[in-house]
Write a protein that binds this ligand. Sequence first.
Ligand SMILES: Cc1cc2nc3c(=O)[nH]c(=O)nc-3n(C[C@H](O)[C@H](O)[C@H](O)COP(=O)(O)OP(=O)(O)OC[C@H]3O[C@@H](n4cnc5c(N)ncnc54)[C@H](O)[C@@H]3O)c2cc1C
Length: 450
Amino acid sequence: MATNRLPLAVVGGGFSGAATALHLTRRLRDGPPVILFERGGRVGPGLAYATVSPSHLLNVRAANMSAFPDDPSHFERWLADDAGQPGDRHPTEAGLFASRQLYARYLCDTFDEQGGTRAQRIGAEIVDCRRSQDGFVLTSADGAEYQVAAVVLTTGHVAPPPAEDTRHVTDPWDPAWLAGLDPSRPVLIRGTALTMVDIVLTLREVGFGGPVIALSRRGLLPQAHRASPPWPLPTLEPRGRKTVLGVMRRLRREVALAAKEGVDWRAVVDSIRPITAELWQGWDLDERRRFLRHARRWWDVHRHRMAPTVADQLAGELEMGNLRIEKGRLFELKPGSDGVHVAWNGPGGEQRLLCQRVVEAVGLTSMREVRPGLIDRLMARGLARLDPLGIGLDVGDDLSVRGADGTVVSGLWALGPMVRGTFWECIAVPDIRRQAAACAALVAAEQRGK
Ligand SMILES: Cc1cc2nc3c(=O)[nH]c(=O)nc-3n(C[C@H](O)[C@H](O)[C@H](O)COP(=O)(O)OP(=O)(O)OC[C@H]3O[C@@H](n4cnc5c(N)ncnc54)[C@H](O)[C@@H]3O)c2cc1C
């Protein structure tokens, strides 16, 4: 069948982009070339796995981290063949957890081996995208233009805008903030979820032994993984599934039922994973807002869990009093000549603290805060729009991007965390790998139809 020979572009070379490019090359063996643009140069790690801290572990068991939905043991086989480094894999009673650095190596190796010659990588940031007669023209930051037939957007997590004062750290993944820490003065982390845990581990790794205070409204900490037998998907009555409260009540009942049979709540939380996106999509906007406001934190700490090794380290920090968890609502954050002054209202009333850094770890930067760049240009050109909650890009069920007027922009697709507002459950590898495979199939079908 005739195919359009213009290349297909994937923009963003983190997990989502690497997986999509691999699936595209598999699908279109004799089809158009695939170009993967990654501004960081290295294809695979993206934000999540680019960490330089060996203590940062995957928060998903190795058994669930294969890049391919149709080959679930691919990562485990790679691990078995890899000589490894001391400390890069942690066998626990809940399964094997690998370091994120090791996983980055897996992604790079897999991409080199399988994407190799068919997927061309270009180390450039794409800053604009406009329609052309045959598809799209992409412009990179250095002014080069690329004519392509279709574009898959996989630009991933949105970097938060920087604060005016560098002691107020909005991007915890940029290690610059770790320089020049005073060992005796406190660091305050805003947020008590997985990013907070990463930050504490990094602080200890760079030798900071001083006090760390983590503050969030409810002070909820992520739960740890545990071995548990699988639990079947509970039936959710049509009326009950329409509301957040209905779903939560149903889950609580199921957890109680499982407990009677000696099965841990984790199995119940995991059991609804195949339908989480469906539940989210079944909620109207008010319900989705209700979830974000009242249930999200609770859901996140139960759903996104820590490796047991990491949980032990955190427990040690808490026991020794080196890490203190505070509940409360921050109402003041003022950098001054002597440090950053923060104040919050907690259960014991108003609390004040002078600290050397305040590090943001609240997660989920909204696309409304997007900085000038590709997404901004796509929206200005009417080729994309935000989902109604402003969390990410608005896409159809088939991952096709919706333009300013709500109609599908033919040939433009998006997947991964950037479409979280549409699916919610699409930020971890087991979900993204399915999206990447599905998207590649759709793009390939469209190309064959041309
Ligand atoms: C710290 C952290 C740890 C995590 N750990 C796990 C885990 O253990 N297990 C799990 O399943 N999930 C984990 N996740 C979830 C994670 O979202 C996914 O696993 C996945 O890595 C998301 O990949 P992505 O490619 O969509 O996004 P990103 O990782 O954000 O990658 C996007 C890439 O696009 C590039 N880019 C952006 N804009 C442009 C542009 N205009 N031009 C060119 N390049 C561009 C960026 O440089 C980046 O490399 C973690 C997430 C984080 C943040």
